[in-house]
Ligand binder design. Structure first.
Ligand SMILES: Cc1cc2nc3c(=O)[nH]c(=O)nc-3n(C[C@H](O)[C@H](O)[C@H](O)COP(=O)(O)OP(=O)(O)OC[C@H]3O[C@@H](n4cnc5c(N)ncnc54)[C@H](O)[C@@H]3O)c2cc1C
Length: 250
């Protein structure tokens, strides 16, 4: 059995890792570079119970436990750490709060704790993806650079993928191209999957305070906002729609 995984983000790398643990040959085909997209830039934030009450609850809880197991299993430093997580607001004079954190600026008021080291954790997403891929390669998986442009088929079965004009044969294919997975709807009778496009900025601070700031262990910060909490930038959304239409039109 040889599985071809299109896309070298965290999803592609982790599928390669778990397949290789089960003795299945896996090849990840990545167009640009391992973890070059969201998987290398995200907050890398993990929460045990934030999906409770939704259909994703069991998956989120399993994923939280699995990251802790992987930190033991894969002997590399990918920045896994348990941590406290807080919610609050900034840009106003600090108000009285039950959480007086000496390391915060006077402009920030912590309103509540969102998680504790028992329920929240963080990884460095790029290092995590790279560590998974290296662990998979150590078990026989392969990372191949090249852009997937189609799926070859014979009598209704997928037989391989087209990579830069050549065909790579395989027994099963996984589409793990993140927001580019929509391209696969041109290759196979699959429903188009659209990505969410968060706007990483705060336009109306008073009306739309929703956002996040994720500190990395390296000392850098990642900030972003809930797409429902900010006004989307029309020009960007129009461009995204054009791209999606173009992809579907082939
Ligand atoms: C700002 C931001 C913050 C986030 N924070 C968090 C967080 O704190 N916690 C959390 O759990 N999630 C977070 N996420 C979400 C998380 O990063 C993504 O869900 C995850 O990285 C998606 O991984 P992926 O492998 O599906 O896709 P991607 O990382 O997008 O990988 C897809 C890969 O496919 C490749 N590709 C595309 N087209 C082709 C082609 N034709 N041929 C070959 N390769 C191709 C791309 O180059 C890319 O490397 C965040 C996302 C963003 C953007």
């Amino acid at each position: 059995m040889h599985v071809l995984i299109c896309g070298g983000g965290v999803i592609g790398a982790s599928i390669a890792y778990f397949l290789s643990c089960r003795g299945v040959k896996a090849t990840v085909i990545e167009g640009t570079g391992l973890a070059c997209a969201a998987s290398g830039k995200s907050g890398g934030f993990l929460a045990l119970d934030w999906c409770d009450g939704s259909p994703l609850a069991r998956l989120a809880r399993r994923s939280f436990a699995l990251h802790a197991e992987l930190a033991e299993e894969i002997a590399e430093d990918w920045g896994y750490r348990r941590l406290d997580t807080y919610g609050g607001f900034a840009g106003f004079r600090r108000r009285r709060s039950a959480y007086d954190l000496g390391w915060l600026s006077d402009d920030v008021t912590v309103a509540h704790a969102l998680g504790s080291p028992e329920t929240t954790a963080q990884v460095h997403p790029g290092q995590f993806t790279a560590a998974l891929m290296r662990a998979a390669e150590a078990r026989g998986a392969e990372l191949r650079l090249g852009r997937v442009t189609g799926i070859t088929q014979y009598e209704g079965r997928a037989t391989g993928v087209e990579v830069d004009g050549n065909v790579v044969e395989g027994d099963a294919m996984v589409i793990a191209m993140g927001p580019w997975s929509i391209l696969a709807a041109c290759w196979l009778p699959l429903p188009a999957v659209f990505g969410l496009k968060p706007q990483p900025r705060f336009r109306h601070r008073r009306k739309n305070p929703g956002g996040g700031c994720v500190p990395r262990i390296s000392g850098t910060e990642r900030c972003g906002a809930d797409p429902r909490a900010v006004s989307p930038h029309r020009r960007h959304n129009v461009r995204l729609r054009h791209l999606q239409r173009g992809a579907l039109a082939g």
